[in-house]
Design a protein around this ligand. Sequence first.
Ligand code: E4P
Length: 388
Amino acid sequence: MAFATRAIESLPDTQVVATSRMYWSAPAGGVARCPFINAVVVVETTLSPGELVRACREIEARAGRRPSRRWADRVLDIDLLLVEGLVSRDPEATVPHPRLVDRPFALVPLVEAWPEAANPRTRRRYARLAAAQVPLAVAGALPRPFPEISRARDGATAMKFFLDTANLDEIREAASWGIIDGVTTNPSLIAKEGRDFVDTIYQICTIVDGPVSAETVAVDAPKMIEEGRLLARVHRNVVVKVPLTIEGIKCCKALSSEGIRVNVTLCFQPMQALIAAKAGATYISPFLGRLDDVSEDGMDLIQKIVQIYANYPELKTQVLSASIRHPLHMVQAAMAGSDVATAPFKVYKALYSHPLTDKGNAAFLKDWETVPDRDIIGQVNRWLASRG
Ligand code: E4P
């Protein structure tokens, strides 16, 4: 739901001006096995109803909806219910929605988000219908209307790419690509390289001019704070990484109040992320891959944290999607609005690659062989000289 709301808000010339809460409803039609969650968003847009419906079909597809039989379980189903003052029989975008008045699960959230919503034919308010008064179970809250919650418009940049490794060769090569914004390490990654910890961190900081996470290993807050203060002195790029334990959060609070940046790691549930943010963390690191490994939906965690942080704009903690195992995790992290994603070297290499890119490039270069003068630099220089 949060994904759909954000996606709708991102449509051209479209602003979400109100949202309802989310409501449970029993599946209609006797086909689906799971209950549904319904909500309404009210938008102001210059898109036509047809354009809006087509854009919503694309959002459904991006959310993973595939063609299925009518009434079947579906991951996301966006319907156009009403356009102010418009009656349209366009089969693609019929408004008002023909079954709106029979559906409490649509009417209840509609009148909650838009109390003045009225039938454009009769001008009677939908709020006066009995179906709009049916009590429904609340499933939760949708994001508050944008742009109030939009972090992207609050000075944030596009998702930052951090490299998740302590291998200096990998870091040097990835840094040469010009797209790496920072580095994360952990005790396991450091141990794997077999090099001196502090020197490794220092070397990484000299290669990448961005945040470099160095993790504490003490188990009690006073020792952790001491480790963190010292690590922060190694290089101005160091971000102190602490585990999401009570001691780690105490340490986060202490270091962040001294102006030392802290990355709180090993986050596996949304409230841990809120705790870290309240303790002043610069980054929270939810672990996607390790949740997927135990049959939990890592991306669901990222979406929830992004939404929770967005609900409270005073929280400045950045969501750093970690434990990324493959390119699809990167896609999902970006779609969820993660501020940062950290991934191993091999995942970044895979991000560049597509067989059709290689095939297409090979074909272009082969065709170029048939061009008589293939020296672009010489041609352009001569052309520029001829123009004085
Ligand atoms: C990064 O900060 C984490 O330590 C790392 O992404 C963990 O990844 P893993 O689950 O693949 O070990």
